[in-house]
Each structure stands twice: as structure tokens, then as C-alpha cells.
Ligand binder design. Structure first.
Ligand code: FES
Length: 119
């Protein structure tokens, strides 16, 4: 099975991810605190990233979190994206905050905050 190098622009970290694993699963394999994992099903939006270079294939993602325009700009949910080449990505929103600072909150708390309506 092909394996690709994934680079997280926010931190400069890299990891290897097989084409059968999602970008999020690969990040978790870093065994690093700060990777927010919510629903793992494309519904909560906490794992949003933008593909800066490389190719991915995606499964169904919530349009609430990734609009068609977002998707056209390379935004995907890491739990629904599989690498098809080496990939350079930038973590966004909740994912960026956690990756850059090392979140200590539980993954589910991160998911709940992401789903909280804006007033
Ligand atoms: S973990 Fe919920 S959308 Fe990816």
C-alpha cells in the first residue's frame, strides 16, 4: 500500500500516512497531544485543514463545516481525507489552535466547542 509524507505547515512536523488511512488517523499516530478528535465522521468540523500541496481523496463531509467554496479552496476534514500523494497541509480553526498550542482539553470538549452556535 502506498505511504506518503504529510507535512503540517503550522508546526513543521511531518508524518507518514498510508493511502488507506485518513490524514487524521496519521496525525494521531504521531502520539502527540493536541490533535483534536471529535466525531471522526465528517460531522463536527474540529479536524478542518487546508491542503496546500498534494492530492487527497475525500469522503462525504458536512456542508455546515466545509462549503463548496471552501472545498474548492482545498479545505477538507482530516477525518474524511486520504492522501494520494505527499501532502502539505495547514490546520485551521480548532485544529490549528490545538496543533499550535497543544490542547489539553478532551477531544470531545473540542468537538462540543466547535458545534456551539455563534451568537
Ligand atoms: S473529527 Fe469530526 S469532522 Fe473530523
Amino acid at each position: 500500500m502506498p505511504r506518503y509524507e504529510i507535512r503540517i505547515d503550522n508546526t513543521g512536523e511531518t508524518y507518514v500516512c498510508a493511502d488507506t488511512r485518513t490524514l487524521l488517523e496519521g496525525m494521531e499516530a504521531l502520539v502527540r497531544r493536541g490533535i483534536p478528535v471529535g466525531c471522526r465522521g465528517g460531522g463536527c468540523g474540529v479536524c478542518k485543514v487546508r491542503i496546500e500541496a498534494g492530492a487527497v481523496r475525500t469522503e462525504k463531509m458536512s456542508r455546515r463545516h466545509v462549503s463548496l467554496d471552501d472545498e474548492a479552496a482545498g479545505v477538507v476534514l482530516a477525518c474524511r481525507a486520504y492522501p494520494m500523494s505527499d501532502v502539505q497541509l495547514k490546520a485551521l480553526d480548532t485544529m490549528a489552535r490545538c496543533v499550535e498550542r497543544g490542547c489539553t482539553a478532551s477531544f470531545l470538549d473540542a468537538a462540543r466547542r466547535a458545534q456551539r452556535p455563534t451568537l
